[in-house]
Unconditional design. Structure first.
Length: 280
């Protein structure tokens, strides 16, 4: 089996505990207005628009009509991403779990585990399962970064080899979640319940975009929803300030919340019993 890999970051300190290798898979099943990696949303349709704009000659059209990427020639100017009319990237490659893990193994003396994100990595569950099995053989930790729109309980073999999930709750109310992502969040909350009860909810993440939804109300309601699950163990919550870097131009004008406001939101959660709160 293969997955489409957008990029592999050998060392990351923001995608789980300790130093980790972060793997980003291509393709997503929602459309967040504030997405910081919109080029990971869709698979390449081989339209060739990017090839004409690549001055470095890193892109070409092969005999099979597909766009070919030469990483040796790429200068990381991101022109191909900016001109893509489909929220995709030609700088991807199909890889097996074994091929990805061969890249991971080079970092083993210096990492505690791997974290897989996207796009939405749960679009590739069989790939994840095999990749995590390989990692577990070497004693590495395994984490999933997900928007929660695919039911985790449908993949027990994956859950068995996964240490946990970093779950995004984009907005708590269904209508506001739909405003942010294009979809309501019943499945996200169902997953939060399942993961908390099974000890697999490593972290809940909320991106704070005051211009887009009622962030204070959302944090209060999210806290009320999650507080009963504290009886199963500590729940780490990461409050992330919206930033315009990488965001599509039409959504790059939103207000950036300051640290004072993030601290205010953290105090709301602390009053509900949460202690492990990270502000970014």
């Amino acid at each position: 089996m293969k997955a489409v890999v957008n990029r592999i970051i050998p060392f990351s300190s923001v995608d789980g505990p300790g130093n980790r290798t972060a793997i980003f898979l291509q393709g997503c099943n929602i459309d967040c207005k504030y997405c910081h990696n919109p080029e990971t949303r869709k698979l390449c349709v081989q339209c060739g628009t990017c090839v004409k704009q690549c001055l470095a000659g890193a892109l070409s059209v092969g005999a099979d009509g597909k766009v070919t990427f030469d990483p040796e020639k790429c200068v990381q100017c991101d022109t191909c991403i900016h001109v893509c009319p489909h929220d995709s990237s030609p700088r991807t490659c199909e890889m097996t779990p074994e091929e990805v893990y061969a890249r991971v193994k080079k970092q083993i003396p210096f990492i505690r585990g791997i974290s897989v994100s996207g796009g939405e990595c749960m679009l590739w569950p069989e790939f994840l399962t095999e990749l995590f099995r390989l990692a577990k053989q070497d004693g590495l930790g395994t984490l999933i970064d997900s928007n929660g729109m695919i039911p985790f309980e449908d993949y027990p073999e994956l859950m068995e080899v996964s240490d946990g999930v970093m779950l995004d709750i984009k907005a708590f109310e269904a209508a506001e979640h739909e405003k942010v992502t294009g979809f309501t969040n019943e499945m996200v909350l169902h997953n939060a319940d399942y993961l908390a009860r099974t000890g697999k909810l490593y972290e809940v993440r909320a991106v704070i975009v005051p211009d887009l939804y009622d962030t204070e109300k959302s944090i209060r309601e999210m806290g009320d929803f999650l507080a009963p699950y504290l009886e199963y163990g500590d729940i780490r919550i990461k409050i992330i300030a919206y930033r315009p870097m990488g965001v599509r131009e039409q959504y790059s004008h939103f207000q950036v919340p300051d640290q004072k406001y993030l601290s205010y939101l953290a105090d709301i959660l602390k009053a509900k019993g949460f202690q492990n709160i990270i502000l970014i």
